[in-house]
Design a binder for this molecule. Structure first.
Ligand code: NAP
Ligand code: MG
Length: 488
């Protein structure tokens, strides 16, 4: 079988730009070892401009293509993933520092995105409307937006690109994808290659690795691009929103989180801590849905922390490519290590307890538990985006809710209690878009609406329940059998 991804130098653009060459190359490194995995040519502003033009030219025909033909391309892309499964998993492990379990989880979700998007094409795409005019036919249909730009992060590079690319293509749009510079293969080339194998027509998908400050901002600013779907940090998201406002394009912003994990006094402390460990340490805490703060009833704090520390110390840390059984791998790059370590050091200097962990070797940061954290510390107020559990205790339920909502973010949450209805009642007081009772916050299903509010996003959602809203626009037509007579 032809390898999907094995080539040492990738060119910058895909399809109508014919894997054309960009001007500058950048190396892709394996975070666990520092080894260079290949070189990628980076797209310039001029490449983005050319891609926008080519995508705009190719989109109308794709948008008019029969729904079952478009669906077959999406299913073909899922089949291409299946035939190259091990290769894609290997790249997820090596390029993004994923454990095998995380790579499996991400692969399965990305594949479901393709099948879910294909299934949408068998749903009604509009409604007939009542009309006050006798004999009038009034119809509203969902039509493509045109060209959709996707800007993706490095943490879940395949799924966070795919959840925009798949529905946008299925619903008849052309797409320009700018993957994260740390993971151009998993968040970019993989997607280009599987759609190439699936027979997507030329010009409909463009994959342009490039620097955020150059290719990314060019995408946000280009007036020929009708929508930008951005997943990444709150600070970059707000500049994207600003540029989208200037060019009047639709914008979907999926940003950071600082998610509460509330353990109520009647919870099973051990079970809550086991979930808490997963929600904290899965993919080394580099998950927007990861637990940001463990808010634990004072009466359970000792039992909870003891179990959390036990879990943290029991994790098998290692290079997940060399050791497939590792359940904790490297952090993506040095600047992430430095920023999380600074927050940990600040907290310790301000009186927090470092119960386990702290800086390790190279890009391996040890699973860390901080106790006695209070809202004045950055560890409480900022998104750490790493394997650092922040534990804060509270006296009563009102304080728990107040602490949980003391953040600019509003993404997801977990609430534990032996009385699930009680936990749900607490969860409904949280200013977030997602609540998981007797579970932790890292939950994603392609059929569920996924998105954040306030600093976590602009209220848009991904998921097959919401993709029609995001990736199409309404088009209203009326038809009279004969022209109407008007009074003037
Ligand atoms: P980031 O720095 O915002 O980067 C995300 C993407 O934006 C990358 O492709 C980046 O390109 C690009 N970019 C950077 N500066 C840009 C600019 N000025 N204009 C246009 N594009 C630009 O985020 P990150 O550090 O990669 O990812 C971590 C953050 O993403 C965390 O805050 C996390 O919570 C959030 N996140 C949110 C979700 C969600 O669904 N809500 C999911 C995952 C992650 P380069 O790679 O070239 O910098
Ligand atoms: Mg960044």
């Amino acid at each position: 079988m032809v390898d999907l991804l094995e080539r040492r130098v990738w060119d910058s653009a895909f399809y109508s730009l014919g894997w054309s060459r960009g001007d500058s190359a950048t190396a892709v490194h394996e975070p666990a070892t520092g080894e260079e995995l290949g070189q990628v040519r980076m797209a310039s502003r001029e490449d983005v401009r050319a891609a926008a033009e080519a995508a705009g030219a190719a989109q109308p025909e794709w948008g008019k293509q029969r729904y079952d033909v478009r669906g077959a391309v999406l299913r073909g892309a899922a089949a291409a993933m299946d035939s190259h499964r091990e290769e894609i998993l290997r790249w997820l492990i090596r390029e993004s520092g994923s454990t095998r379990a995380k790579a499996d989880f991400e692969f399965a979700l990305a594949r479901s995105e393709l099948l879910g998007a294909a299934a949408m094409l068998f749903e009604p795409d509009g409604v007939t409307l009542p009309s006050s005019v006798p004999g009038q036919t009034s119809v509203a249909r969902r039509v493509p937006l045109g060209v959709v730009g996707v800007i993706a992060p490095w943490n879940y590079p395949l799924i966070l690109s795919m959840r925009s690319v798949a529905p946008a293509l299925a619903l008849g749009n052309a797409v320009i994808l700018k993957p994260a510079t740390d993971t151009p293969v998993c968040s970019g080339f993989t997607i280009a290659r599987i759609f190439e194998e699936a027979g997507l027509p030329e010009g409909v998908l463009h994959v342009l690795p490039g620097k955020g400050s150059e290719a990314g901002s060019a995408l946000a600013e280009d007036g020929r691009i009708d929508m930008v779907s951005f997943t990444g940090s709150t600070s970059v998201g707000s500049t994207i929103g600003e540029a989208a406002g200037r060019t009047l394009k639709r914008v979907a912003l999926e940003l950071g989180g600082n998610n509460p994990h509330i353990v109520l006094p009647d919870a099973d402390a051990k079970a809550a801590a086991a979930g808490g460990a997963f929600g904290q340490f899965f993919h080394q805490g580099q998950t927007c849905m990861a637990i940001g703060r463990h808010l634990v009833a004072e009466s359970l704090a000792d039992a909870y922390v003891e179990e959390l520390v036990r879990k943290a110390e029991g994790l098998r840390v290692g290079d997940p490519y060399q050791d497939p059984k590792a359940d904790f791998g490297p952090i993506i790059n040095q600047s992430q290590i430095d920023s999380m370590d600074e927050i940990v050091q600040d907290a310790v200097a301000a009186g927090a307890g470092l119960r386990t962990g702290g800086r390790g070797e190279g890009l391996f940061y040890r699973p860390t538990v901080l106790t006695d954290v209070n809202p004045a510390m950055r560890a409480f107020s900022e998104e750490i985006f790493g394997p650092v559990a922040v534990v804060t205790t509270y006296r009563d339920e009102q304080e728990a809710v107040e602490l949980a909502n003391r953040t600019e973010h509003g993404l997801t949450s977990g609430v534990h209690s032996r009385d699930p209805q009680h936990a749900l009642a607490v969860g409904q007081q949280l200013d977030v878009n997602m609540v998981h009772v007797n579970d932790q916050s890292v939950n994603d299903e392609v059929v569920a609406p996924f998105g954040g509010r306030r600093a976590s996003g602009n209220g848009t959602s991904f998921g097959t329940t919401s993709n029609w809203e995001e990736f199409t626009q309404w088009h209203w037509t009326t038809v009279q059998e004969t022209p109407l007579t008007y009074p003037i």
